[in-house]
Ligand binder design. Structure first.
Ligand code: GDP
Length: 330
């Protein structure tokens, strides 16, 4: 259970890894099941040097379903993070299911871009249509990756057309319809703009993300505020709330207030732990800035989609309500 290990590792010394001098890109990854999302993310981690020597590819950040069952909680989304050319790319896995409508909206509210991964033989499949539609509605301009090009039955040109038709059927605007597209084999670890490219590595995908996805563009000098987007429970740290810092800076031990969507204050407390994503790990940091996605501990009543903010923030930040049935915690 890699997540358990990551979290228990948090017990150690407080690292001071500042993110302030780095650029950030936050992206969602959207794919029909089995179209190769996990394999591709593993390769992105590997090629960006984000795997530690003692981590095995088998320990996959986006594959912690057993742990979810074990703990009796629902982790509907997973974050991972890679660094490419001094830019931190936070990658958030998106549940493909219409059942998780509110969850999908909350995740999409943290990102400025998306990768839509599609199997070059199977083509566009309906499970991703719902999420893609939500992303397009939010004005996100997705990158299309036609994956598994190594398959003997790959039909990349047809799949390209299918994706165009899918975008069009979802009322994509002109800039969205003009989507950048790469051919890739996640298994072989490459992506190229053309079918006769060098098939060397995933640098074309990393570079495209940096070029095509906007920076979060949020104000680091405002008072701190974040919206709790993912709720987890850890034996040692207790409640862990993940979300994007929407404004200002989070600092360890800073006093905060927790607000419901109706503005009621449910808790005042301190952020005793800030965790930032590093590859498959979450590492303690002392500070995080507007735009970064972090997990915080130290609050006992906060839930999703509460606003966690400095006391001078008077109103809850915009958020998407949780659909019934609400997440069950044990
Ligand atoms: P996910 O469900 O989207 O996370 O998909 P996985 O990454 O688990 O991959 C699903 C299956 O497709 C596995 O059997 C992979 O080995 C296989 N697969 C993943 N990427 C590729 C690829 O680039 N080419 C081929 N031929 N198979 C792949």
């Amino acid at each position: 259970t890699p997540w358990a290990r990551q979290l228990s590792g948090v017990r150690g010394v407080l690292h001071t890894i500042r993110t302030a001098d780095m650029e950030i890109r936050n992206i969602a990854i959207i794919a029909h099941v089995d179209h190769g999302k996990t394999t591709l993310v593993d390769q992105l981690l590997k090629q960006s040097g984000s795997f530690r020597d003692n981590q095995h590819v088998a320990e996959r950040a986006m594959d912690s379903n057993d742990l979810e069952r074990e703990r009796g909680i629902t982790i509907l989304a997973k974050c991972t993070s890679v660094v490419w050319k001094d830019t931190r790319i936070n990658i958030i896995d998106t549940p493909g299911h219409a059942d998780f409508g509110g969850e999908v909206e909350r995740i999409l509210s943290m990102v400025d871009g998306a990768i839509i991964l599609v199997d070059s033989a199977e083509g566009a499949l309906p499970q991703t249509k719902f999420v893609l539609g939500k992303a397009l509605k939010r004005g996100i301009r997705p990158i299309v990756v036609v994956n598994k090009i190594d398959r003997s039955d790959a039909r990349p040109d047809e799949v390209h057309e299918e994706m165009f038709d899918l975008f069009a059927s979802l009322d994509a605007d002109e800039t969205q319809l003009d989507f950048p597209m790469l051919y890739a084999s996640g298994r072989q670890g490459w992506a190229d703009e053309t079918l006769d490219g060098p098939k060397k590595d995933l640098s074309p995908l990393f570079d495209l993300v940096l070029r095509h996805v906007p920076t979060p563009g949020l104000d680091p000098d405002a008072p701190f505020g974040m919206v709790a987007t993912i709720l987890e429970s850890d034996n040692f740290l207790g409640r862990i709330l993940t979300g994007r810092v929407e404004q200002g800076r989070a600092r360890v031990n800073m006093p905060v207030r927790v607000m419901r969507r109706d503005g009621s204050i449910v808790e005042t407390g301190r952020l005793t732990k800030l965790l930032s994503f590093r590859g498959l790990d979450r590492v303690p940091v002392e500070e995080a800035e507007a735009g970064d996605i972090i997990a915080v501990a130290g609050l006992s009543d906060a839930t999703i989609p509460d606003t966690i903010a400095s006391p001078e923030v008077g109103e809850p930040l915009p958020s998407t309500p949780v659909d019934p049935p609400t997440l069950s915690m044990t």
